[in-house]
Design a protein around this ligand. Sequence first.
Ligand code: PYR
Length: 287
Amino acid sequence: AEIIVPILTPFKGNKIDKEILKEHASSLLKAGVDRIFVNGTTGMGPALSREEKETTLRAVMEVTEKVIFQIGGLNMDDVKYLAKLAKDLSVKTVASYAPYYFTGLPRWLIIKYFKEICEIHDEVYLYNYPSAVGKDVDAETVSEIGCIKGVKDTNDSINHSLQYKKIPNMKVFNGADTLVMTAISTGLDGTVSAAANFVPDVLVNIRERVLKADIGSAMRLQFMVDELVSTAKGFGYIPSIYVLTKELMGYDVGEPRPVLFPLNESQSMELLNKTREIFEKYSWSKK
Ligand code: PYR
């Protein structure tokens, strides 16, 4: 089972810092992460321009070819441009969320969107995130699209994710931080977890323990991740990820981009204090 990181996008003065992005990508791979999901939610994909989505891709491709390139958007010309770019740069996999914001889109429209991408690129993943996008692209719709090779399902229902596995050869990843252990032990192809930005070692450990059938201790680590994530969510999850990554990975990862304003000094301190208490409670320390 793969651990895929939806990598954060480091900003300095509202500009993407490519060097930091490369350093972070390379250190996550060293920590045991299998692939890098570029321009996901944690990467603030919907807040990036087409040029910026290209910038993050090119930076990460300088470090590794183990990339999933998220290209979704509401401007079909941009989406197609990015699919073509991926093909030209030999990026193996592209992913997209469904057209968001517009509610009540009929199924044929969603299907057409993905088919247009498949005309350009041959390995297209669906990024299904119903609570953010406003629509669920379920297993039946994926069957109907016909050309989707994988699904990242950000969904609290593992049963929902499992339905996609009924489609032959479909790769399925769950995207909830709270379901890393469950996704791996239930036979999905892995996890896409934002927490992999700041505790890649813990997620690698969860996988090791599940594979050794040491479910009890994997579950305990999962509960630790749950507490870290719910604490971070209290401050705003994405801004918190920058603070946690700097602290736990040991290098500066810049700032998020407003509207996801960075945490101030006292918020950061409070978050880190609470985080330390959680690590102590679970007797976890970095090796
Ligand atoms: C993302 O940040 O893209 C996730 O799915 C977690």
